[in-house]
Write a protein that binds this ligand. Structure first.
Ligand SMILES: C[S@@+](CC[C@H](N)C(=O)[O-])C[C@H]1O[C@@H](n2cnc3c(N)ncnc32)[C@H](O)[C@@H]1O
Length: 314
């Protein structure tokens, strides 16, 4: 069997808060025919684990190029290493997986191994490939696949309780590496992607969500908070793209689900089209709170009336 079979579909290689796999069916319905029926550039300025990216790469043969970006430098280093040094990365992950699995029921040693790897990662002194391997190792073995850093950008997530987690998914890492060959990978603020937009460009924005409660920690992916002012700066950027003639979809949490009088997004995106869709979130540590929540899909173009009806019914 050829493990490097090129026809294997690339899937996200990380567990990530706000992973968009469940929203893809709705996003698919909203991509304008004008975009998908001709050559286009796909831009995803808040890529995270890239659920939508990998689906787009697999689904649109007309795609000319893709551009991804994230402010998280350790995440972007991991994408770049997968793209350029997949074999080195896989060798390291195979060692980590073997060592971790060998500890099996030896709880104390397993914990010591995890925390030693976390310390090594936080020192950020390793080669790029080592840092990427540590990033994937921590993501696969930590509590709930959480990514959380303190003010000094040190990962502080405790060990998870998985018995033998897959740390090295070699066929998928090779498929991801192949898929990334037509992707430009940027690191920084989302506004940096603009110069890379082509004539027929489509943007998907999945910013850190506006938290639904004070204690909700969905937006702590990076050390800087994405507060209401940041949500408004993003709206201004989207309005600029609209003026430039680009098409976009943006997702966010439907704060109305929590407080019916909260019109924050309805107000700031009043010039655009808003659909409310059901989405399941599974990152909450407390299983009782993993309920169904509405999400918003906002576009800068009108969707057809059939779809408006379908979404309005949800
Ligand atoms: C909701 S997550 C994206 C989830 C992604 N769609 C997925 O499927 O995994 C938001 C991402 O935005 C990134 N981010 C936060 N502030 C940013 C900024 N100013 N510019 C670019 N990326 C940012 C975070 O690092 C995080 O990866």
């Amino acid at each position: 069997m050829n493990l490097f079979a090129e026809d294997k579909t690339a899937k996200p290689f990380l567990k990530w808060a706000g992973g968009k796999t469940k929203l893809i069916a709705d996003i698919r319905k909203l991509i304008p025919p004008k975009i998908k029926n001709s050559k286009f550039t796909y831009l995803e300025p808040f890529v995270g684990s890239g659920a939508v990216l990998f689906w787009v790469l697999d689904s649109f043969p007309n795609l000319e190029k893709a551009v991804i970006n994230d402010v998280n430098a350790d995440l972007i280093n991991t994408y770049r290493v997968i793209a350029s040094q997949p074999k080195e990365l896989i060798s390291l992950l195979e060692i980590f997986q073997k060592e971790f699995h060998e500890l099996d029921d030896l709880q104390e040693q397993k914990q010591a191994y995890y925390y030693q790897k976390r310390e090594q990662y936080n020192a950020r002194k390793g080669e790029k490939s080592t840092q990427a391997a540590l990033f994937i190792f921590l993501n696969r073995t930590c509590f709930n696949g959480l990514y959380r850093v303190n003010r000094s950008n040190a990962n502080n997530v405790p060990i998870g309780s998985y018995k033998k987690p897959t740390i090295c998914d070699k066929p998928n890492l090779m498929a991801v590496s192949n898929a990334l060959q037509k992707v430009e990978i940027l690191c920084g603020d989302y506004e940096n992607v603009l110069p890379l937009a082509g004539l027929n460009s489509f943007f998907y924005f999945d910013p850190p969500y506006k938290p639904l409660s004070q204690t909700s920690s969905f937006n702590s992916y990076a050390k800087d908070e994405f507060n209401d002012e940041e949500q408004i700066r993003l709206r201004d950027f989207c309005a600029k793209l609209n003026t430039l003639g680009h098409h976009w979809i943006l997702s966010n949490s439907d704060v109305k689900g929590k407080d019916i009088n909260d019109d924050f997004f309805d107000e700031i995106y009043s010039e655009f089209s808003i659909a409310r869709v059901k989405a399941k979130r599974s990152i909450n540590a407390n299983p009782d709170k993993r309920g169904e929540l509405n999400e918003l899909l906002i576009t800068n173009y009108k969707f057809n009336s059939e779809l408006s009806l379908e979404f309005a019914l949800l």
